[in-house]
Design a binder for this molecule. Structure first.
Ligand SMILES: *[C@@H]1O[C@H](CO)[C@@H](O)[C@H](O)[C@H]1NC(C)=O
Ligand SMILES: *[C@@H]1O[C@H](CO)[C@@H](O)[C@H](O)[C@H]1NC(C)=O
Ligand SMILES: *[C@@H]1O[C@H](CO)[C@@H](O)[C@H](O)[C@H]1NC(C)=O
Ligand SMILES: *[C@@H]1O[C@H](CO)[C@@H](O)[C@H](O)[C@H]1NC(C)=O
Ligand SMILES: *[C@@H]1O[C@H](CO)[C@@H](O)[C@H](O)[C@H]1NC(C)=O
Length: 255
């Protein structure tokens, strides 16, 4: 009596397993880099800066992922996996190429002013909580991408942030914050570029992220977003629960 059900379940698992493996990306999107402007080596590998990307780490994408995981359609392009948490090779997003800075007025990347040098150091928090200053490009593999068309500065005095060793940017809570939690931004949600503080002549590295008018609206956006995600996950959970329940009652009904 049980056999038809068992067969059905097996078939279901096989079918869904197959569609999954067809669509399975080689790594997370935030671990890949756009290889449009790179040429393949004769054996099919790609060289991104000094990282060799083997053919099995390549895939075509027809979208890009932006601020807070928003997926936007894009022309079909090749991406390769370059970041690898298991090898402690972490990635960072620069808003512009090294040697350039993002001009918020023109919303474009521009070369650094003649007498200014591109800053190297950035404060970072190690896994064990120790704060250190690191040379950004020594610690991270960098990619260049904007989280949205018009990112805004996350200045430490308004939106206190901490850059984690793994590339996650934490926006720290302020006393009048709307939510209690930290807001964690993945590498698709922010980028880093030189910033010239009012009071100094030297540029520092600072993150930029998307539609932030002030902390409240920013944190509210995040809050709404995470609520939406929970609801989205709730629906399949309920469906599976109902399916399992009816499966169980039909099994026990037949015994
Ligand atoms: C492909 O070529 C590059 C450079 O010539 C080499 O370093 C790499 O090991 C080769 N990869 C494979 C899989 O043979
Ligand atoms: C940024 O762009 C604006 C408008 O194009 C320009 O007037 C301004 O000088 C630029 N700022 C810097 C620092 O280059
Ligand atoms: C954290 O780790 C770093 C590097 O591994 C080490 O130098 C430092 O002493 C550690 N700090 C603490 C508080 O364990
Ligand atoms: C990359 O994406 C994965 C899956 O969405 C997420 O779990 C991870 O925290 C992200 N990492 C970074 C550094 O953005
Ligand atoms: C920097 O200058 C801008 C415009 O002049 C001003 O709005 C801002 O409050 C200043 N920031 C600091 C930290 O003084």
């Amino acid at each position: 009596m049980l056999i038809p059900i068992v067969v059905q379940v097996c078939l279901l698992v096989m079918v869904s397993g197959e569609t999954l493996s067809n669509a399975r990306p080689k790594c997370f999107y935030n671990e890949t880099v756009d290889l449009r402007n790179y040429e393949s080596l004769s054996n099919g590998s790609y060289l991104y800066r000094d990282i060799l990307i083997e053919p099995e780490k390549l895939a075509f994408y027809e979208y890009r992922i932006k601020f807070l995981g928003r997926r936007v359609k894009a022309e079909r392009h090749l991406r390769g996996c370059i970041c690898d948490t298991s090898k402690r090779r972490y990635c960072i997003n620069l808003c512009c190429e090294v040697g350039e800075t993002y001009n918020k007025t023109s919303t474009r990347c521009e070369p650094m002013p003649v007498l200014s040098s591109w800053p190297m150091q950035i404060p970072m928090v190690l896994m064990n909580g120790t704060k250190v200053n690191v040379a950004l490009l020594d610690h991270f593999v960098y990619k260049v991408d904007l989280p949205c068309k018009k990112p805004e500065w996350l200045l430490i005095e308004n939106e206190p942030w901490e850059l984690n060793e793994d590339g996650i940017l934490q926006i720290l809570e302020k006393s009048d914050a709307v939510i209690d939690d930290y807001a964690d931004l993945g590498t698709v949600s922010y980028c880093i570029t030189p910033y010239l503080p009012n009071s100094t002549k030297n540029y520092v590295l600072a993150p930029m992220s998307c539609p932030i008018k002030n902390e409240k609206t920013f944190l509210m956006t995040l809050n709404t977003y995470s609520m939406t995600v929970s609801v989205i996950f709730l629906i399949p959970t309920i469906i599976i629960y109902i399916l399992l329940k009816s499966l169980r009652s039909s099994i026990s009904g037949r015994m």
